[in-house]
Design a protein around this ligand. Structure first.
Ligand SMILES: NC(=O)c1ccc[n+]([C@@H]2O[C@H](COP(=O)([O-])OP(=O)(O)OC[C@H]3O[C@@H](n4cnc5c(N)ncnc54)[C@H](OP(=O)(O)O)[C@@H]3O)[C@@H](O)[C@H]2O)c1
Length: 248
């Protein structure tokens, strides 16, 4: 039986794209999903689809920028399922623009969702993993967490931060013998709703051009399943997953 079967898995940003595809993949392998995002209708649709295929899922409307809502999500998952085996920090936004555009509100939003959201989830969920001496945290960084390019400066900064948080968490948990595995996933161009968060028209047109080579979100879902499936003494720490034809 798969090492995913019966695991309780919390996914942030489960209402579309990579989060939604990952929920479907893991549910098909017998996981118990806890779906989180802001759009209730999309979470309900996904829960219905998973349940119609014989899978298990509950959901809670959650804004990852709220510490309190993240605590409530953790409490809900623990109340319903009694434990959390895997946290997938997937919620993210990518409103790209050149720094000279001074889109300071968008910088704030990216920092709040992409960095603080990840930290709030770690704060809310990892303590229960430490107590059980078992768990896994999977963070969605990006190729933008490895490369910097004009127009992507703040987004890249947030994804470099996710990579740093993953590696720091990995070292600290290994040092303390908590058996918590940490996986940093860095996708290249993937079809999803992410480009909709870019408001600058010229930047968006350039991204749409770049994203013509994008791969389907279920490709990333397969990689996430692979990282979870490994025996508990094996941690897949880093994965970079690009479309074969993506250059940068
Ligand atoms: N697509 C790519 O090419 C690509 C490449 C590298 C990395 N990534 C990363 O992969 C992750 C998933 O992105 P995606 O491509 O699947 O994009 P997506 O389809 O736009 O999904 C993003 C998800 O994040 C959620 N979200 C946004 N703000 C939130 C908030 N404040 N609180 C809770 N949830 C929030 C959205 O749900 P609601 O709006 O319902 O809240 C949505 O479910 C992101 O971290 C992204 O940076 C994507």
């Amino acid at each position: 039986m798969s090492n995913i079967h019966d695991k309780v898995i919390v996914i942030t940003g489960a209402s579309s794209g990579i989060g939604e595809a990952t929920a479907q993949e893991l549910a098909s392998k017998g996981a118990k999903l806890v779906l989180a995002a802001r759009r209730e209708d999309r979470l309900k649709q996904l829960q219905d689809a998973i349940q119609a295929s014989g899978g298990q899922a509950i959901f809670k409307v959650t804004d990852v920028t709220s510490r309190q809502q993240m605590e409530e999500l953790a409490a809900y998952a623990l109340k319903e399922y009694g434990k959390i085996d895997v946290l997938i920090n997937n919620a993210g936004i990518m409103p790209q623009a050149f720094l000279a555009e001074n889109k300071v509100d968008e910088w704030d939003q990216m920092i709040d969702v992409n960095i603080k959201g990840v930290l709030y989830a770690i704060a809310a969920i990892v303590p229960s993993m430490r107590e059980r001496k078992s768990g896994q945290v999977i963070n969605l960084s990006s190729v933008a967490g490895h490369n910097i390019y004009p127009g992507g400066t703040v987004y890249c900064g947030t994804k470099f931060a996710v990579k740093a948080i993953s590696e720091g968490l990995r070292q600290e948990e290994a040092m303390n013998g908590t058996n918590i595995r940490v996986t940093n996933i860095s996708p290249g161009a993937v079809s999803s709703e992410l480009l909709e968060t870019t408001t600058d028209p010229a930047m968006k047109a350039g991204l749409e051009d770049f994203y013509q080579v994008a791969i389907d979100a279920d490709r990333i879902a397969h990689a996430i399943a692979f990282a979870i499936e490994q025996p508990s003494d094996v941690a897949i720490n880093e994965m970079i997953i690009r479309p074969t034809v993506q250059v940068g």
